[in-house]
Design a protein around this ligand. Structure first.
Ligand SMILES: [Zn+2]
Length: 312
């Protein structure tokens, strides 16, 4: 009996990889730059798009990974690309260590850092933390509330904002990023509530006036609670509040009997932050509860995070 011959496999087209060539204009990566930002700048310098760089042909596959492709297209040394762009480190773990945290949050690079490095236009970098707001080298507020590069704020008239960033950075070195990040988040929430009740506004208003003279606020009312000028003006007080709230002695009082805490905590707060007016009948107890609960939450957090400094 004659068996039918198995059908012939469909002959596929031979695999022909696309070999990329160096682009005419090279671009130096910015320290800690995001992959998207770098490819966009490289593409723009060569009058093309990022999509075209990574998919040079609709029909043929490119066998190179992101690092190999960018190395070839940009002409930049492999080590320069890997050290500057954290996302590329997974392709070359032997050159630079993997970033501590994956780049979830990004921010604008400081406009003076960009200018100093010879770059132009907008550069996005991985944000270290959500409270990393100031380039202390150039005195520029670069991120919180900033939506375009020209909205970055010159802090020359408000050096206390730069000092506040340095204070926060030193606190982070002593207590660890995880602990400080959580304290900052908790303190910011309480501080906004205190500010909304008009208890701690005068210092912010004074700083706001100084900031608005050389800088020109654009967009909606700069006095609005979440306008970037208002965020800058709030920052020094907020950092002092974080430092106040992480104090182990205050946390110990907050943990103690309610009667003692009710008197000591508000008094200590008012000593550190003179109030603009005496709290009214309901505001006083609210403030007392808010401060004690904040200290208790921070205290619980300190117990959970090893290495966050003295817990008692
Ligand atoms: Zn800078």
């Amino acid at each position: 009996m004659k068996h039918p011959r198995p059908s012939e496999p469909v002959t596929s087209l031979p695999f022909t990889p696309v070999i990329a060539r160096p682009l005419p204009c090279s671009v130096t990566p910015f320290p800690n730059e995001t992959l998207g930002s770098y490819t966009r700048r490289l593409a723009a310098a060569n009058q093309t798009t990022s999509r075209t760089l990574f998919t040079p042909s609709r029909w043929l596959r490119c066998p190179l990974n992101e690092l190999e492709l960018l190395e070839l297209l940009s002409g930049q040394p492999r080590t320069t690309l890997v050290w500057a762009i954290p996302e590329l480190r997974r392709h070359a773990p032997g050159i630079a260590p993997a970033p501590r945290t994956p780049g979830v949050t990004t921010r604008f690079a400081c406009r003076r850092c960009i200018w100093q490095s010879g770059g132009a236009g907008t550069v996005h970098v991985h944000a270290r933390t959500h409270y990393d707001n100031v380039c202390v080298r150039h005195g520029i507020w670069h991120s919180d509330g900033v939506e375009t590069l020209d909205q970055q704020i010159d802090l020359a008239p408000a050096p206390e904002v730069i000092r506040a960033q340095l204070t926060l950075d030193r606190l982070e070195q002593r207590r660890g990023e995880a602990f400080v990040a959580e304290c900052y988040r908790q303190c910011e929430r309480v501080w906004l509530a205190l500010e909304t009740r008009g208890l701690v506004r005068s210092e912010v208003d004074d700083l706001l006036r100084r900031l608005c003279e050389p800088n020109t606020p654009t967009g909606p009312d700069p006095l609005a609670p979440f306008h970037r000028f208002r965020r800058v003006a709030r920052f020094p007080q907020l950092v002092r509040f974080v430092v106040w709230a992480v104090s182990p002695s205050l946390r110990r009082v907050a943990r103690s009997a309610w009667e003692a805490a009710d008197h000591v905590i508000p008094a200590e707060f008012e000593r550190a932050f003179p109030l603009d007016h005496r709290p009214r009948s309901t505001t006083g107890p609210w403030m007392c509860d808010a401060l004690i609960n904040l200290l208790k939450r921070i205290d619980s957090h300190a117990q959970l995070i090893p290495g966050s400094g003295p817990a008692t």
